[in-house]
Write a protein that binds this ligand. Structure first.
Ligand code: ADP
Length: 493
């Protein structure tokens, strides 16, 4: 192939319009990085276009959208009108917004957490996204879907390739950001939109009506968001009931690490932090630390290591492990600022720890991006005791800000952090078991090294010098698209 490869990138959310989590960051940053890969060689060009739902609670007018298409999506009970708006974003990326009743009626959040409503909304959106290509006569080479929300598009493509010549040569890539969320409850909506349960007897019976498993069973290529996670999902412990099935597809599964936007996350130019610094002026971080101690009522002591945790308060993230571990090592001189919100039990437990250790622990039970930047810029270490972690941005941002990760040895954490025992390369501290004891052990190791500033500083430098930019990932996706297409079209012959 000697011309640009056409990729339609579909997702439930995308910055800068609407983000509810990591997926929204990826769905903006990756297409942007792909569209900027153009290095003058037409062979390496990717013509990537992003399509997301037009949520009624987001104001898109500042982006001057123009309506470019309107068509019907068939369903058993009649049909549903889909409208498509077009935006040229940052003068680099073409973005399509899909409007329609199922999206309008599904509440005021990206994820309604009502399986029936979400099922209806995302099935409609998925079908409109993939069928839009034909309406605007843009013959796509690759359909790139993300997670269960857009997996119905992959399933539809597999079923309609033979019937619709427009899609005969389109291959699909399904990216898994979080395997356990499979779209349970979306079956009736899928059915109503003409997507019947799978007849693939290798798929576990319970999963044959769920969008993600259906997408996984029909995607030409499956990508997990880190090489580590792509291996883990093949095991019983991480496979969420699909490991056996995924093993039958192992040849079509790979892992590509997410990146971070290194312009947005840059301690040398971050306007929200008290004191900017770079790899040559790491000692300036102490001003940020002092500011945090003052802001959050901690004893102003620069020798006391400052621990942070910035995360969704969710079982996955091991917040409970962190709280228990901190209590276990309360005899050591550390301070902690824990920031996040989510599960009420975990929020209450964090608030309780603040009461037990006043002046040493602060629990900030809210979401605040700017405050999180100051925490990365001033804390000495960040705890990331995830029970599973498909990729994780936390550790990459932390390292870029000279904040040392103490993390579970799993998924994307394992792929991005070198443990202290590999001292020449080390960038953090890893532990194996998802227990408070194992985490406490790792924090103890970190506290010990903290008392040896030369070693600590060397780790900070190595972390700050790591390249977590999206460019690396975009290059790997570009290759993956080409390889997938080549294989797919060869199989077609
Ligand atoms: P996930 O996407 O599973 O939540 P990641 O580590 O991939 O986990 O991404 C989490 C991102 O959200 C990080 O950038 C982290 O800094 C940010 N974040 C999490 N909780 C908060 C909070 N309470 N305030 C500000 N930022 C937060």
């Amino acid at each position: 192939m000697t011309e640009a490869i056409r990729v339609l990138f579909t997702a439930a959310e995308a910055a800068p319009f609407i983000t509810a989590g990591g997926l929204g960051e990826v769905a903006y940053a990756l297409p942007k990085a792909l569209s900027q890969l153009d290095n003058g060689d037409p062979k390496s060009r990717v013509d990537v276009r992003l399509v997301i739902p037009a949520y009624p609670f987001v104001d898109y007018t500042a982006y001057s959208p123009t309506k470019i298409a309107e068509f019907q999506i068939n369903r058993n009970s009649g049909s549903e009108t889909a409208s498509v708006l077009h935006i040229r974003l940052d003068n680099t990326l073409d973005v399509y917004l899909v409007e329609g009743k199922p999206i309008d009626q599904a509440g005021n959040t990206v994820y309604a957490f009502d399986a029936a409503q979400d099922g209806e909304k995302f099935t409609f959106f998925s079908l409109a996204a993939v069928q839009m290509a034909r309406e605007i006569n843009w013959p796509l080479d690759i359909l790139h879907a993300n997670d269960w929300h857009t997996a119905p598009a992959v399933y539809w493509l597999a079923q309609n390739r033979g019937l619709a010549p427009f899609y005969a040569h389109t291959a699909s890539v399904l990216c898994v950001h979080n395997l356990p969320y499979m779209g349970d409850g979306a079956g009736p909506a899928m059915n109503d939109f003409g997507l019947a349960a799978s007849t693939d007897t290798q798929l576990p019976k319970w999963s044959r009506e769920m969008p993600l498993p259906l997408g996984l069973s029909t995607a030409d290529q499956i990508v997990a968001v880190s090489p580590g996670y792509s291996q883990e999902i093949l095991t019983t412990a991480f496979g969420a009931g699909l490991s056996e099935y995924l093993n039958t597809r192992a040849e079509s599964i790979t892992g590509i690490l997410n990146g971070i936007d290194t312009d947005l996350w840059n301690p040398a130019a971050d306007p929200t932090i008290i004191q900017k610094f770079d790899v040559n002026s790491i000692n300036l971080r102490r001003k940020n630390k002092r500011a945090l101690q003052e802001m959050y009522g901690l004893t102003p002591d620069s020798d006391s290591p400052l621990i942070t945790m910035i995360t969704r308060f969710d079982h996955q993230k091991g917040v409970d492990l962190a709280l228990d571990a901190l209590l276990q090592i309360a005899d050591q001189p550390w301070q902690a600022v824990l920031m996040g919100s989510g599960h009420p039990d975990l929020e209450n437990a964090a608030a309780r720890l603040e009461k037990i250790l006043p002046g040493r622990v602060r629990a900030l039970i809210y979401y605040d991006k700017d405050a999180s930047r100051q925490l990365y810029a001033g804390s000495d270490m960040v705890l990331i005791p995830s029970r599973y972690e498909p990729c994780g941005l936390n550790q990459m941002i932390a390292m870029r800000y000279g904040c040392i990760p103490v993390a579970r040895n799993t998924g994307g954490l394992r792929d991005t952090i070198e443990d202290y025992t590999l001292s020449e390369f080390s960038t953090g501290f890893l532990f194996q078991e998802a227990t408070p004891e194992a985490l406490a052990g790792a924090v103890r190791r970190a506290l010990y090294v903290f008392r040896h500033p030369e070693s600590w500083n060397a780790m900070q430098v190595r972390g700050m010098e790591k390249d977590f930019s999206w460019k690396n990932s975009a290059l790997q996706y570009e290759k993956l698209y080409r390889d997938t297409l080549k294989r797919f079209r060869k199989e077609q012959k």
